[in-house]
Design a protein around this ligand. Structure first.
Ligand code: GRE
Ligand code: ZN
Length: 327
């Protein structure tokens, strides 16, 4: 399918690149990976051409800003990353959009940077890499707490989506992964971390206060669609500390959007499709952690949706969500 739109497509700047080294694969691959994640020109655009991806919304690599302990540094590095993306967008406005990296260490500064990115740079939303550390390496701040309500008010007011992207749990909170570091990252822990954060948002009453928020998660829903029925079924017996007014599943179906990033699998897609419906699903690749070819070859060939659904999920839904001005 030509004309696909993808929006979990990562870039890096020198300041955030090194954090990604352990994910790049075996040692020989680091040079290739570095080149791919820093490049916003011919190699990336050429791969997009080859795989029928017309437009990509760029975002900073994980944990990116969320792993910076010093708040002022977080603010500075966010600006630098966003200005780098804005430069690529201005060179290729028909190929790239931007998702703002945000200094969540300071909710007011994050709201201010998002406002700058949307209003002055024309960005399409934000991508934040899970909880933020702040001041000390052992910290992990999740955004369901009251301190972030005014930030969420800004997100709703700007009417742009917020992509909640995975990051790895920090060592101080990772006892249950002991001796199994492979389990902490993309194979499993990423989804655990991102699903818990998503469910915390649902359970905090956030979506009663700001019902128009649009939270995007990747990887076909970070396991949540598969378990949504069970969550609500069990919560009929125990809702201790739950601050939503309605069943959790209603918030998930009202406020969450899901991409195919890094999960190119028919049975998983069928589950997400059945649970979420066609309007809340979107194509994405997760380059350069995934190959664009793998994402596109699967998507173009799969027969688990109709041609009309494929066009919506691969393109039209994104044009509508981000108000894209493509030909
Ligand atoms: C991602 O961005 O989704 C990602 C990483 C690191 C490893 C694997 C992966 O940031 O999919
Ligand atoms: Zn990603």
């Amino acid at each position: 399918m030509q004309g696909k739109i993808a929006f979990e497509e990562h870039m890096a700047i020198r300041e955030t690149l090194e954090e990604t080294r352990s994910f790049a694969g075996d040692s020989g691959k680091w040079d290739d990976f570095t080149r791919q994640i820093l490049d916003l020109e011919d190699e990336r655009l050429g791969k997009m051409d080859e795989t029928g991806i017309e437009f990509a919304i760029l975002s900073l690599n994980a944990p990116g800003i969320q792993g910076i302990l010093d708040t002022n540094e977080a603010i500075e590095v966010s600006k630098k990353a966003n200005d780098t993306m804005a430069d690529a967008v201005s060179k290729h406005p028909k190929r790239y959009g931007g998702f703002a990296a945000l200094p969540m260490q300071d909710p007011d500064a994050a709201a201010k940077e998002l406002t700058r990115c949307v209003k002055e740079l024309g960005f399409k939303g934000a991508m934040v890499n899970g909880f933020t550390q702040k001041d000390t390496p052992d910290s992990a701040i999740y955004y369901d707490i009251p301190e972030y309500r005014s930030f969420w008010a800004t997100v709703q007011e700007l009417d742009v989506p917020f992509y909640l992207h995975p990051r790895m749990q920090i060592p101080a909170r990772a006892q249950n992964y002991q001796d199994h570091p492979w389990l902490m990252s993309a194979p499993w822990g990423f989804a655990v971390e991102t699903s818990i954060h998503s469910l915390r948002l649902c359970g905090s009453g956030l979506f009663e206060d700001y019902p128009k928020l649009k939270i995007i998660i990747g990887h076909l829903g970070e396991h949540i669609p598969y378990d949504l029925w069970r969550i609500d079924a069990r919560m009929r017996f125990s809702r201790r500390g739950y601050r939503g007014e309605r069943p959790l599943g209603e918030y998930f179906l009202q406020n969450f959007l899901v991409t195919t990033s890094g999960n190119f699998c028919d049975p998983t897609f069928k589950c997400a499709h059945e649970v979420l419906g066609t309007d809340r699903l979107f194509f994405s690749a997760d380059y350069p952690f995934e190959k664009m070819e793998d994402a596109a070859d699967w998507y173009d060939a799969t027969d688990v949706m109709t041609a009309e659904e494929k066009k919506k999920i691969g393109r039209d839904n994104a044009i509508k969500l981000f108000n894209l001005d493509l030909d």
